[in-house]
Design a protein around this ligand. Structure first.
Ligand SMILES: [Zn+2]
Ligand SMILES: [Zn+2]
Length: 360
């Protein structure tokens, strides 16, 4: 046996011993690692370590189209000691939970409009917020006219489950008085483009009328807290009213649909024999903004940063993001980002700082 063969044999011996040792200790290693994750995540509220300010949790950046990396529309905001969620699309509650948002302490859900892809995670939110927070009163939800009917429907659909939860965990945790939703409807007076919907200490939340025909009542929101601000478009075509109401915000979240890429999806659906999908692809560009239109809104608003969310279509790889962004930097002079599920933007009070990180 030559020298090389001996060295190879020794290496193989070490690898073999290592594999056997790993097999023997696999269970204690797995238990140690999972214990660390459990200690870190379960019952812990990492948001208490955040500085006083405005913190936006991007909990859903996708559209109803199948996309493994993006949940349905959702942005949660912590402003001082108030915790709000703006829309709760499909899958977004699971993102929010992984981000460490204190779901049990949610003060209010705001809905931008009543397209189902903006509230189809509502059942998960109402149950998790109720039990995790041992709520003594239903979760408040505010939205456009129709919100009370939607909340009534969810309350009825989840009543049987709520009784089971109380039977399982007792009334001290699953208090029947705290189950479900308490809805109120926001009406923007005729002739006005916006209305203040919440004033609490240094916090102001304003609902803004946007354009999403045939949905007549569709709102964006602006959140102001101690000199810091974010605006959330919800679903809208190009609308200067939203830009005016979002004047000077630190961060402007805007939806956007790439018409060229959606046009390709329409053509593919026709080629593949799916007339319904082709029709939907033909319809949706009329009630969403293009990326360049969103950039124009950010410029009109003089926002500091434009963050795309609720983007259509899915962008399976980075090169597609470049197509999506074509022309936007000519339209908006500030920083532009395409957000991802798990992004968190922190705007500490009494500062100009803007911290952008993914916390998943
Ligand atoms: Zn919509
Ligand atoms: Zn939508």
């Amino acid at each position: 046996m030559n020298r090389t063969a001996r060295i190879l044999l020794i290496i193989l011996g070490f690898v073999g011993v290592g594999l056997v040792a790993f097999k023997i200790f696999e269970r204690p290693i797995a238990l140690y690692l999972v214990q660390r994750v459990i200690d870190d995540k379960v019952g812990n509220d990492p948001s208490t370590a955040l500085p006083d300010g405005l913190h936006a949790y991007v909990c859903g950046t996708g559209s109803p189209m199948a996309d493994p990396g993006r949940a349905g529309a959702c942005i949660a905001v912590i402003a001082g000691d108030t915790r709000m969620i703006f829309d709760v699309g499909s899958g977004s509650m699971r993102v929010l939970g992984r981000m460490g948002f204190p779901v049990g302490k949610t003060d209010r859900l705001f809905l931008t409009h009543l397209h189902s892809d903006h509230f189809d995670g509502l059942g998960e939110l109402m149950v998790q917020s109720w039990v995790q927070g041992a709520r003594g009163a239903p979760l408040p939800v505010s939205g456009p006219p129709g919100t009370i009917a939607v909340a009534d429907g969810f309350n009825r659909a989840y009543a049987i489950d709520a009784a089971y939860r109380t039977a399982h965990h007792g009334a001290a945790v699953a208090n029947p008085a705290g189950a479900g939703l308490a809805a109120e409807e926001i009406v923007i007076p005729p002739g006005a483009d916006s209305v203040v919907v919440l004033r609490k200490g240094d916090l102001t939340v304003t609902a803004i009328r946007v354009s999403h025909d045939p949905v007549k009542d569709a709102y964006g929101y602006r959140i102001d807290y101690k000199g810091r601000s974010v605006a959330i478009s919800g679903d809208t075509a190009y609308d200067p009213r939203f830009a005016r109401a979002a004047k000077g915000v630190d961060v402007l979240f805007h939806e956007a649909l790439d018409r060229e890429l959606v046009g390709k999806m329409q053509a593919a659906a026709e080629r593949n024999g799916s007339a319904p999908i082709a029709k939907v692809m033909a319809d949706i560009p009329s009630y969403h903004a293009s990326p360049v239109e969103a950039a124009k809104v950010a410029q009109l608003a003089d926002a500091r940063m434009l963050v795309f969310y609720h983007t259509i279509p899915p962008m399976p790889f980075r090169m597609v993001e470049r197509l999506f962004l074509e022309g936007t930097s000519e339209a908006f002079s500030g920083e532009i980002r395409i957000s991802r599920d798990g992004d968190r933007i922190s705007l500490p009070a009494a500062s100009k700082a803007l911290e952008y990180e993914n916390v998943l």
